[in-house]
Design a protein around this ligand. Structure first.
Ligand code: PEP
Ligand code: MG
Length: 330
């Protein structure tokens, strides 16, 4: 079994009909990059940088500390791309020490809809620029990509681009090296999925965060046990938003990945391939099982079966019937 997994690690993820699939890793700390490489990841699709900011009792990480962490991750990946997501604090990922602005929002009713992720970063501009500087400085040591969580407004992208310009100027003035960094946004608020063609004009890539996309599409708090039975990745509305996002990004010639839990669940691999997804990002431990699915898949047959699944009142059952038989007749 060990030998089989080791062989699998070096096997490229290619479908039976020759479609190459990137399997990237989700990591929380730079040390996780090792597990990513060992699992055969071809990049980091999601570095959840908020874990550098959490569970530390007091101070937030300095620019220097962040720079060292991003540099360590990108060096560990040896030339493979590393996608750093700017802090996604708030809601299910609170900071220990409440900053001044958080104190103002201490008792918000719906933290998942409150001042979190990019909203928090834009409300704390010096903190945001500090993180951007650390990321841009680390870009001199490998292939970095910048990913922004919870984007829902075009105006947020404009503010992000202004902050990037200012940071680049600061680095240039200080004689600090950096390379161009691709800018991407998470598709995890339904508004972003619905207006994707507009967003795509302003970004280099997108990554679909199914965990939050399900939460906001179905109005189900992902942390609330009492409605956990209604949190349904197979819901037709969720599948349609994912399918149309993948199709629109591909039509615009922009790279698109899925980095939520669905990407690492082998039960969804055929479906996501059928939708045209060629870039999955997941916990390193999930890479072997998803890769095995891909090696046995015929993506063009799956794509032909997709409309029947999307039109079904019970997509889970339809996927079982239609996608499985699409494979079997091969
Ligand atoms: C998501 O929402 O699917 C996602 C990948 O981000 P997180 O789970 O960190 O909110
Ligand atoms: Mg999310």
């Amino acid at each position: 079994e060990r030998a089989r997994l080791a062989r699998l690690r070096h096997t490229p993820a290619v479908t039976l009909d020759g479609e190459r699939v990137e399997l990237h890793a989700n990591i929380e700390l730079p040390a996780d990059a090792l597990a990513a490489v060992e699992a055969g990841a071809t990049g980091v699709g999601l570095f959840r940088s908020e874990f550098l900011f959490m569970n530390r009792g007091g101070e937030l990480p300095s620019e220097e500390e962040q720079f060292e962490a991003y540099k360590a991750a990108v060096e560990a990946m040896r030339g493979m791309p590393v996608t750093i997501r700017t802090v996604d604090v708030g809601a299910d990922k609170p900071l220990d020490r409440l900053s001044a602005s958080e104190l103002r929002h201490e008792h918000v009713l719906n933290p998942a809809m409150g001042l979190r992720a990019i909203r928090w970063s834009l409300a704390e501009p010096s903190m945001f620029r500090q993180q951007l500087r650390a990321i841009y400085r680390a870009s001199a040591f490998g292939k970095l990509r910048l990913l922004i969580p919870m984007v829902a407004h075009l105006n947020e992208i404009r503010q992000i681009q202004e902050a990037i310009k200012r940071v680049q100027q600061q680095l240039t003035d200080a004689g600090q090296a950096y390379t161009p960094v691709e800018l991407g946004v998470m598709i995890e608020i339904p508004a972003a999925a619905v207006m994707l063609p507009l967003l795509l004009r302003h970004v280099d890539f997108v990554s679909i965060g199914t965990n939050d996309l399900i939460q906001y599409t179905l109005a189900i708090d992902r942390a609330d046990e009492s409605v956990a039975h209604l949190y349904d990745p197979w819901h037709p509305a969720v599948l349609q938003l994912i399918a149309s996002s993948i199709a629109q990004a591909r039509a615009a010639g922009k790279s698109v990945s899925v980095c939520g839990e669905m990407a690492g669940d082998a039960a969804f691999t055929d479906l996501l391939l059928a939708m045209g997804l060629r870039n999955f990002s997941m916990h390193p431990s999930q890479i072997p099982s998803v890769k095995q699915r891909i090696l046995r898949a015929d993506s063009s047959r799956l794509a032909m079966a997709l409309p029947a699944v999307l039109a079904s009142e019970d997509p889970e059952k339809a996927a079982e019937l239609v996608l499985v038989s699409a494979q079997r007749t091969h």
